[in-house]
Write a protein that binds this ligand. Structure first.
Ligand SMILES: Nc1ncnc2c1ncn2[C@@H]1O[C@H](COP(=O)(O)OP(=O)(O)OP(=O)(O)O)[C@@H](O)[C@H]1O
Length: 132
């Protein structure tokens, strides 16, 4: 973990310290989770496409919301994975499997939602670009 206060267990003393720990959390998820890096690449591609196709303000809102829903789902999934591993220490456990599979399901649903939003916004533009 990236924190400078490696052994801190008491509450944060000030906002900047809390912000530092929150930023460490974001960096850790990006560093440790391959899927998170995949989501970031996909989000950058969507943002480039949205710029190129000059989508409107409400379409930007839908796209950005979909991106953040996927990011939030991946963060929630990582929290569940870390907590389960903390409790069962990598031993096989049916409840652990249940919790992790549900957490992964949340990411799947979020990704499905994002693909749907992307299709609704980009498909009509692709169609007119391709002349079909
Ligand atoms: N302790 C456990 N007991 C039982 N099943 C487990 C356990 N740990 C993981 N699994 C099973 O393995 C799957 C993948 O585990 P885990 O999510 O830890 O790995 P991952 O591939 O790194 O996930 P992600 O791709 O979301 O980061 C889980 O969805 C679950 O089905």
């Amino acid at each position: 973990m990236g924190s400078q206060d490696k052994h801190q267990v008491e509450k944060n003393r000030h906002f900047i310290q809390a912000l530092g720990h929150a930023w460490d959390g974001v960096k850790d998820v990006v560093k440790k989770e391959r899927n998170m890096r995949f989501h970031i690449v996909a989000a950058v591609l969507v943002i480039i496409a949205a710029f190129l196709m000059q989508v409107g303000i409400f379409e930007w809102l839908w796209l950005l919301s979909a991106i953040f829903v996927v990011f939030a789902a991946e963060f929630a999934n990582t929290i569940v994975e870390e907590l389960v591993d903390l409790v069962v220490h990598h031993h096989y456990d049916l409840d652990a499997k249940y919790a992790k599979d549900i957490a992964a399901g949340v990411v799947l649903l979020a990704a499905f939602y994002a693909v749907l939003v992307g299709l609704l916004i980009f498909w009509p533009r692709f169609k007119s670009l391709l002349g079909i």
